[in-house]
Ligand binder design. Structure first.
Ligand code: FPP
Length: 252
C-alpha cells in the first residue's frame, strides 16, 4: 500500500448540479459548502496529514458578481460555523491565495483562525481561495530573488517559498464533476500526484465515495520514476542521484 499524506480536491460541478434541478447556480454552491464538513471529518479519520480544497481560483473572478460574492459569503459562513470544531479537533487551518481581495470581516476571521490553530498538531486543512498555481510559483521565485539576489534558485529553495511548505507534495488529487484537468491547482506540489476524476458532482460527493477512492488509490503502485516501489518520492530522488553519480564515475 502506498502512503497518502496529502489529498487535494477540486470541488467541481456545483453549478451544473443546481442547473439540472432548475435552481440557480448559487444554490449549488450552498449545497456544495454543506458537504465540506463531512469530507474534512473523513480525511481526519483516515489519518492523513493534509487536505487542500480548491474553493476559488484566480480565474473564478470572471464569474458574475453575485456568484463571486456568494462564494465569499460561503467561506465566511463556513469559518463561523466550523471554527470551534476546527479548534477542538486540533486542525491546523490555513487559507492559501490572495486573501487581501476578500471583505475585511472574512479576512479577519481567516487570520484569527489561522493564528488560533498555528500550533495545532492534527490535520492541516488548507482552503485555496483566489489561488492560482502559476502565481504561487512566481511568488516563490520572486521571494527568493528578493532574499538572495544574484543566486541561482534550487528546487528546495522554490519549495520552501511556496504557501504550503508544511503540507508536502500532493499524493492524491480528486476532481469531482466529470472534467479531467488540474486547472492551475498546486502545480508544483502535484508533480507526482495520483489523479482521480469522478463524474459525481460536488454536492453529491459522499464520504463513502471519498473512502472508496482513498483505499483504491492507496493500493496503486507508485514508482516515482523507478521500477521498484520506493518508500516515497524523496527517497527515490536520493537513490536516483546516487546511482547517477556512481554511473558517471564508472564512465570516467
Ligand atoms: C466549482 O463549481 C466550484 C467552485 C467554484 C468552488 C467550490 C465551492 C464550493 C464547494 C462552495 C463554497 C464553499 C466555501 C467554503 C467557499 P462550478 O460552479 O464550477 O460548477 P460547474 O462546473 O458545474 O459550473
Amino acid at each position: 500500500m502506498s502512503k497518502i499524506n496529502h489529498i487535494a480536491i477540486i470541488m467541481d460541478g456545483n453549478g451544473r448540479w443546481a442547473e439540472s434541478r432548475c435552481r440557480p447556480r448559487i444554490w449549488g454552491h450552498v449545497r456544495g459548502a454543506a458537504q465540506i464538513s463531512d469530507v474534512v471529518e473523513a480525511a481526519d479519520h483516515f489519518g492523513i496529514k493534509a487536505l487542500t480544497l480548491f474553493a476559488f481560483s484566480t480565474e473564478n473572478w470572471c464569474r458574475p458578481k453575485e456568484e463571486v460574492s456568494s462564494l465569499f459569503t460561503l467561506l465566511r459562513k463556513y469559518i463561523e460555523r466550523e471554527r470551534q470544531k476546527i479548534i477542538r479537533n486540533k486542525i491546523r487551518f490555513r487559507v492559501i491565495g490572495d486573501i487581501f481581495g476578500l471583505p475585511e470581516k472574512t479576512r479577519d476571521l481567516i487570520l484569527d483562525l489561522e493564528e488560533k490553530t498555528r500550533l495545532s498538531t492534527g490535520l492541516k486543512l488548507n482552503f485555496a481561495f483566489d489561488y492560482g498555481g502559476r502565481s504561487e510559483i512566481i511568488n516563490s521565485v520572486n521571494k527568493f530573488i528578493h532574499q538572495s539576489p544574484g543566486q541561482l534558485i534550487s528546487e528546495s529553495d522554490l519549495y520552501e517559498n511556496l504557501y504550503l511548505v508544511d503540507s508536502g507534495d500532493v499524493d492524491l488529487l480528486i476532481r469531482t464533476g466529470g472534467d479531467c484537468r488540474i486547472s492551475n491547482f498546486l502545480l508544483w506540489q502535484m508533480a507526482y500526484a495520483e489523479l482521480y476524476f469522478t463524474k459525481t458532482k460536488w454536492p453529491e460527493f459522499s464520504t463513502e465515495e471519498f473512502r472508496k477512492i482513498y483505499y483504491e488509490v492507496s493500493l496503486r503502485q507508485r514508482r516515482f520514476g523507478g521500477i521498484d516501489t520506493p518508500l516515497d518520492l524523496v527517497s527515490n530522488l536520493v537513490e536516483a542521484k546516487a546511482h547517477k553519480a556512481s554511473m558517471q564515475h564508472k564512465v570516467e
